[in-house]
Design a protein around this ligand. Structure first.
Ligand SMILES: NC(=O)C1=CN([C@@H]2O[C@H](COP(=O)(O)OP(=O)(O)OC[C@H]3O[C@@H](n4cnc5c(N)ncnc54)[C@H](O)[C@@H]3O)[C@@H](O)[C@H]2O)[C@@H](O)CC1
Ligand SMILES: Nc1ncnc2c1ncn2[C@@H]1O[C@H](COP(=O)(O)OP(=O)(O)O)[C@@H](O)[C@H]1O
Ligand SMILES: [K+]
Length: 504
């Protein structure tokens, strides 16, 4: 699988192992990195007036010296600008020695129109905010709107978190090596990278495999093999039953959106569980989706006793309070590890907020032996209600926060946003990168919750179901594009589901 995402520390370890395993030594890998950058620069900008190659003191600079040499040998006009000298005897010093161009001090950097910047200042080793000559170079490239090709990462972008330290280049394309890093996928890093091109520099899949990476880009390769397909002799209840709790008479639409999405995602039967006083309004708007009155935990207990596979959605439009807590804890098994057909609970929106002052009861119940699987779908505001200490910790990336929250709560976390992160209590995590801002529309989250439940009810494991739902939801939003409202999303899933079904 090439969708593993490596932290800069894991990448450095892969680098060490690749050098030990051969066939390339450190300078060999670096030469190949320089070659990948130079070929891409020539292919993208064959008519460039000049390439300005900016080299830092570390191995990122080493890649730059290699690229500058090859561009020069190809006949292109190249200016080399350096800050700090490479460590004597290191690979970058070797690469600098192989480069016939004399570097000028970055302090004097100037670049005219028609020229292209190759940013090899800092990559995985960025350790402090960009300042001084490097920051000035960023300003020049930005003001003159020069195309920037970033080596490994745009200087200033943290490979771990995607955050900007000081300031950063806006690249048109970033050439990175072996595998992506979190900073290529998390915002704002993803945007500053421009297009990300992965270059194979000779670090083999076997080396990556040894590292037992637990972070992935969320692509179908991660979950497609387990995507539910109905058996020829199935029937509707074997395909899974989704129950969506509805709010009161003036807040029922969100539950119906979730219900419709669950049905589109393949659940064989979907029921809206409605308070008595909202039965009429729900009944007036439902056709294939069933309706059942649930006002208290006693009635809910009868539904939970059903041994057929089922998943629940609690939160959209539900209202905040004790009833939400009681229902959620009952679905999870009230700490008793009930052996029934409940596959899982998707806790969204008001369902999450209801536990703001009672997080321990939720986390303990979700962690009890045999409890139904819990998937939570907080956006940033909801996340900070349940995990305020994690939310406020600036030393943590969004990936770290989601992972720690999953471990603490025994839940699969879908930490939403333009760079949604999905994390499992066992440490696996995926970063989603196919969303588009059209998804920022009321009710879009309700649809996502329904898709997760639809997949859970069909027996898909919780982490895979969450990843698949996030990807499908994002792809539906991106493919629909302008004009999208939440009601469009369930229908927009259909062509995606068809192509998934056809691709295996
Ligand atoms: N790990 C790998 O697999 C490979 C890595 N390569 C390159 O090596 C890079 C990593 O090299 P390094 O670990 O040497 O790290 P970098 O070259 O990214 O940066 C490290 C150097 O820059 C200094 N520095 C960092 N941030 C600074 C700032 N804001 N202001 C001033 N100085 C700063 C550090 O003190 C250190 O001297 C990768 O990004 C990649 O480009 C390639 O050569 C190919 C193989
Ligand atoms: N700028 C954006 N780009 C991509 N996806 C986004 C963006 N903003 C929001 N989303 C996605 O849209 C959905 C919104 O969910 P949510 O905030 O719960 O809205 P609602 O409660 O109105 O349904 C989430 O899946 C989120 O990841
Ligand atoms: K760089």
């Amino acid at each position: 699988m090439s969708n593993e995402v490596l932290s800069p520390a894991e990448m450095a370890e892969a680098d060490r192992r690749a050098i030990a395993a051969g066939p390339f030594d450190g300078i060999g890998l670096m030469r190949r990195a320089g070659q990948a950058v130079a070929s891409l620069a020539l292919a993208r900008h064959p008519a460039a007036e000049r390439f300005h190659v900016l080299c830092g003191p570390g191995n990122n600079g080493g890649d730059g010296y290699g690229a500058a040499r090859l561009l020069h040998e190809s006949g292109a006009a190249v200016s080399l600008w350096a800050v700090g000298a490479p460590r004597p005897g290191g690979d970058a010093a070797l690469a600098a020695a192989e480069c016939p161009l004399t570097p000028q001090a970055l302090a004097g950097f100037e670049a005219g129109p028609g020229t292209v910047v190759i940013d090899a200042l800092y990559g995985a080793g960025l350790s402090k905010p960009l300042a001084g000559d490097a920051a000035r170079a960023v300003d020049i490239a930005t003001e003159r709107k020069l195309p920037v090709i970033a080596v490994d990462l745009p200087s200033g972008v943290s490979g771990d978190s995607g955050r900007v330290l000081g300031c950063a280049f806006q690249a048109e394309v970033t050439v990175t090596f072996a595998r992506k890093k979190p900073g290529h996928l998390l915002l704002p890093g993803r945007q500053l990278c421009g297009e990300v091109v992965l270059a194979d520099i000779g670090i083999g899949d076997a080396v990556i495999g040894e590292l037992r990476i637990k972070t992935f880009e969320n692509t179908p390769a991660l979950w497609q093999a387990g995507f539910p397909r109905p058996a020829a002799d199935t029937h509707k209840y074997r395909r899974g039953h989704v129950n969506v709790f509805s709010g009161g008479p003036s807040a029922t639409g969100a539950a119906r959106l979730s219900a419709l999405a669950a049905a589109r995602a393949g659940a064989g039967a979907v029921t809206v569980l409605s308070p008595g006083n909202a039965m009429q309004v729900n009944a007036a708007h439902l056709t294939s989706i069933m309706l059942r009155k649930v006002d208290d935990t006693a009635t809910l207990a009868a539904i939970l006793d059903d041994s057929r596979p089922a998943a629940f959605v609690l939160g959209p439009g539900f209202g905040v309070g004790e009833k939400a807590r009681d229902f959620a804890l009952a679905v999870l098994g009230d700490g008793q590890g009930r052996q029934n057909g409940v596959e899982g609970l998707v806790l969204d929106a008001d369902g999450i907020t209801s536990f703001e002052d009672h997080p321990a009861s939720l986390f303990i119940t979700a962690g009890a032996k045999g409890a139904a699987k819990l998937v939570m779908t907080p956006h940033e505001g909801e996340f900070s209600r349940l995990f305020s200490s994690l939310a406020g910790d600036d030393s943590l990336s969004k990936l770290d926060k989601a992972r720690k929250a999953a471990a603490r709560s025994h839940a699969v976390m879908i930490y939403k946003g333009a760079d949604t992160v999905i994390a499992a209590p066992d440490g696996r995590a995926a970063i989603n990168a196919n969303a588009a801002p059209w998804l920022a529309t009321a009710g879009s989250g309700d649809v996502l919750a329904g898709v997760v439940a639809g997949l859970l009810a069909q027996g898909m494991p919780a982490f895979e179901a969450a990843c698949a739902a996030v990807w499908l939801h994002a792809e539906a939003g991106s493919s629909f594009g302008p004009g999208l409202i939440a009601e469009d999303l369930p229908q927009a899933l259909v062509p995606l589901l068809r192509s998934l079904a056809n691709s295996t």
